[in-house]
Design a protein around this ligand. Structure first.
Ligand code: ADP
Length: 306
């Protein structure tokens, strides 16, 4: 089956800043694909390239087998894009905004009414649809923005950090909506710097850092392949990482350390005995579960939260 998205060796530079340094990506139909990386990694740049807002310096981008340089209008009929910046008319109601965006896509009359009702339901805003957008919370505005991107029933929905700065209720609505889209066979490409979101939503993931994809694959596969074995340790008044046999590397995290090791259980019990013997007040001593944060640490040498 043709990939929904195929990106090969894409580069993008802003003046002296090389934002993307040869990115390859492929997204299979029906997946929820997470593009995960810290701020400044290049996620928005990638998303803007995929929607034709900006052009790549080098490399090739195909969506649904169509070359973005030659067939952008056809691609636009197949994709919905939710930018980070909210683009709505504040003085119009949610429904009036959706009517405007629907008409831009050439949808009219009873078909438009039906689709607006459907997308409002999907984002959980049917009750507030008649109110002026200026009275909405940031999360509600974001949800209307998402609804607008769904009106023409795209086969791929591209969302650029849709949960940044919004309330938990809106976040839950967005998550439910993404799961529903997936059940309907829509492919979702989702960028975020929250690894918990990728773990909860996505089946495929690409980790991006400093303009490069450091790893890409199934979520389970990445966790099994790359998650470091580690212990997290933190104690009051201890300013140096503990020196113990079996610790390969100590990386500061919060007020403690991530201690990488081959045998975390052995390190955990040795450190517990050491600190008990020294009368140290232990604040945290625990096995680290495989997580994307952990994978990121192994692949880049820093934690994603940095
Ligand atoms: P992310 O979405 O992962 O936070 P971006 O794609 O926004 O990352 O940014 C990647 C890099 O490109 C950053 O170093 C950022 O400062 C830079 N950048 C992004 N947009 C512009 C722009 N319009 N002009 C100059 N530099 C930019």
């Amino acid at each position: 089956m043709t990939d929904v998205l195929n990106v090969r060796q894409v580069t993008k530079r802003y003046g002296g800043n090389q934002a993307l340094k040869g990115v390859d990506l492929s997204v299979k139909p029906g997946s929820c694909f997470g593009l995960l990386g810290p701020n400044g990694a290049g996620k928005s740049t990638m998303m803007k390239l995929l929607t034709g807002i900006i052009e790549a310096d080098q490399g090739a981008i195909e969506l649904f087998g169509l070359d973005i340089r030659k067939e952008l209008p056809s691609i636009h009929r197949l994709i919905g894009y939710v930018p980070q910046d909210i683009t709505l008319y504040e003085k119009l109601s949610g429904r009036q905004n959706l009517t405007f965006f629907g008409q831009m896509h050439g949808i009219r009359g009873s078909e438009l009414k039906k689709r607006i009702a459907h997308v409002l339901e999907a984002v959980g805003l049917t009750d507030r649809a008649g109110d002026e957008v200026s009275s909405y919370s940031g999360g509600m505005k974001r949800r209307i923005n998402i609804a607008a991107a769904l009106l023409h029933q795209p086969k791929l929905v591209i969302m650029d950090e849709p949960t940044v700065g919004i309330d938990p209720q809106s976040r839950n609505h967005i998550f439910e909506m993404i799961k529903k889209l997936q059940r309907e066979g829509v492919t979702v490409l989702y960028s975020t710097h929250y690894m918990e979101e990728v773990e909860a939503l996505c089946d495929e993931v690409a980790i991006i850092d400093h303009g490069r994809i450091v790893s890409q694959g199934g979520l389970r596969e990445l966790l099994e392949l790359h998650a470091v074995k580690a212990v997290y340790a933190e104690a009051a008044g201890v300013s140096e990482p503990p020196a113990l046999k079996g610790i390969i590397k100590a990386t500061p995290e919060g007020s403690g350390w991530v201690l990488e090791c081959d045998n975390p259980l052995a390190v955990l019990s040795a450190l517990s005995a050491k600190w008990a013997g020294e009368g140290v007040a232990v604040k945290a001593l625990e096995l680290m579960q495989p997580s994307l944060d952990n994978v990121f640490l192994k692949l880049t040498g820093t934690t994603l939260r940095d």
